[in-house]
Design a protein around this ligand. Structure first.
Ligand SMILES: Nc1nc2c(ncn2[C@@H]2O[C@H](COP(=O)(O)OP(=O)(O)OP(=O)(O)O)[C@@H](O)[C@H]2O)c(=O)[nH]1
Ligand SMILES: [Mg+2]
Length: 391
């Protein structure tokens, strides 16, 4: 599957950058392409300059709203992010449409942080414009939820997240939820942390996108998972999980044995890997609330057997009984890890999202009053009235 990735705001731009890195890895390691093109859209020049892999020309790093913001961001006001996205949507649409290889892409993925200003405000607006202009391709959103400490210190965080999530849900074909808090590593620096988190966020997509693009016979699975399976799975609120486990050196040197006990052990390893992928879903959610699911197992061919693929399906069905389940296998070279990727989609409920909506409703009047106050006359308290003013 080939994606056009568009990152909005700082968070979105950095994750688009990471998708561009993943694409280079796919080209150098596997000779296939998974990201058709990557764009970064921002109101902040400095953020655009800080990217590493998105092409540096103005057609790929797109500055919007510079008349209103002077190129310095919208300072967490996501209504302003939405406004400038509406005004400058043409810049983005023209740049995307100018790519001669656009017809090869299977879908769009727009990425943004839910709690900032630019990305949070722009993502749903841009999704709407892209859907209208490129009607033949699904448009997915990836929305990154803030860290707990951001929610605790700034109420705009929750309000932005709620308005962004509601808007995305209304326009996008699916909203992939990614909760920053689930990836946190306390011991590293913030920048190191974010880079690491971005790598972890994009990692599950590597095999999922590569599997259907594979051309070499030895890497084609018994059941190929292609773009159609992924498109059929992605609907509404969505989470994604991944787990990787190395195969033992002994196994690598000796190769798989035909002993029946090994087959049982292999199947158990597969189930453990799936449990681990589900334990590390991108947002905490209950698999039994999903209506669609997909899994992909990739491992050296000797480590995948048909029983294992079927057992994994039975196992996932027991965790998510209402789901229509799709699956695939992706054989890799000897000595590579056993990886399981899982997508759970069309959730009827995600507690964290419901919580944002509930909290935001109580914040609406507080934020509106404050905005009215900011627009109104400045007033000083009575004790200062006798001091002459120079105005
Ligand atoms: N995972 C991840 N989260 C990020 C990254 N950068 C920022 N965030 C999160 O994104 C949210 C803030 O959004 P930003 O993308 O910085 O904001 P913006 O869209 O640039 O909007 P303004 O700066 O207000 O104009 C916060 O919750 C951050 O924790 C990143 O590189 N990776
Ligand atoms: Mg910014």
């Amino acid at each position: 599957m080939k994606l056009v990735v568009i990152g909005l705001g700082q968070c979105g731009g950095r994750i688009a950058d990471e998708f561009a890195r993943l694409n280079r890895k796919a080209i150098s390691q596997r000779g296939i392409e998974i990201v058709n093109s990557a764009f970064a859209v921002n109101t902040d020049i400095a953020d655009l300059s800080g990217l590493r892999r998105v092409r540096p020309d103005f057609q790929h790093r797109i500055l919007i709203g510079d008349r209103k913001t002077g190129g310095h961001g919208v300072g967490k006001i996501n209504e302003l992010g939405a406004e400038v996205a509406r005004e400058d949507a043409d810049k983005v649409i023209d740049a995307v449409g100018a790519s001669p290889r656009l017809p090869e892409a299977d879908a769009f993925l727009l990425v943004a942080g839910a709690s900032g200003g630019t990305g949070s405000g722009a993502i749903a607006i841009m999704t709407q414009y892209i859907k209208e202009r490129f009607i033949d391709k699904p448009v997915y959103n990836m929305v990154v939820l803030p860290f707990d400490h951001e929610e605790a210190t700034e109420e705009r965080t929750v309000y932005n997240a709620a308005t962004c999530l509601k808007s995305c849900y209304l326009v996008a074909d699916a909203v992939i939820l990614v909760d920053n808090q689930r990836y946190i590593r306390r011991e590293t620096s913030l920048r190191g942390n974010l880079d690491r988190i971005n790598a972890m966020i994009t990692e599950p997509f590597y095999n999922l996108l590569c599997a259907g693009e594979e051309k070499q016979y030895k890497y084609i699975g018994a059941k190929v998972l292609d773009a159609g399976d992924i498109i059929q799975t992605l609907v509404g609120w969505t989470t994604i999980g991944f787990s990787t486990s190395t195969t033992s050196w002994l196994h690598f040197l000796m190769g798989p044995t035909r002993d029946f006990r090994n087959k049982v052990v292999e199947t158990q390893k597969g189930i453990q890997a799936m449990d681990s992928a589900i334990a590390h879903l991108s947002v905490y959610s209950n698999p039994s609330d999903a209506r669609r699911a997909l899994y992909l197992i990739s491992a050296p061919p000797g480590d995948i057997n048909m029983d294992m693929v079927m057992e994994l399906g039975t196992h996932l069905k027991s965790l998510s009984p209402s789901s229509v389940i799709r699956s695939g296998d992706y054989p890799r070279d000897k000595g590579t890890s056993l990886d399981v990727s899982v997508i759970l989609s069309e959730f009827s409920d995600v507690a964290k999202i419901r919580n944002y909506f509930t909290k935001a409703i109580s914040l609406i009047s507080v934020i509106q009053k404050r905005q009215e106050g900011m627009r109104g006359e400045r007033s000083l308290d009575g004790s200062l009235k006798d001091i002459p003013s120079l105005l």
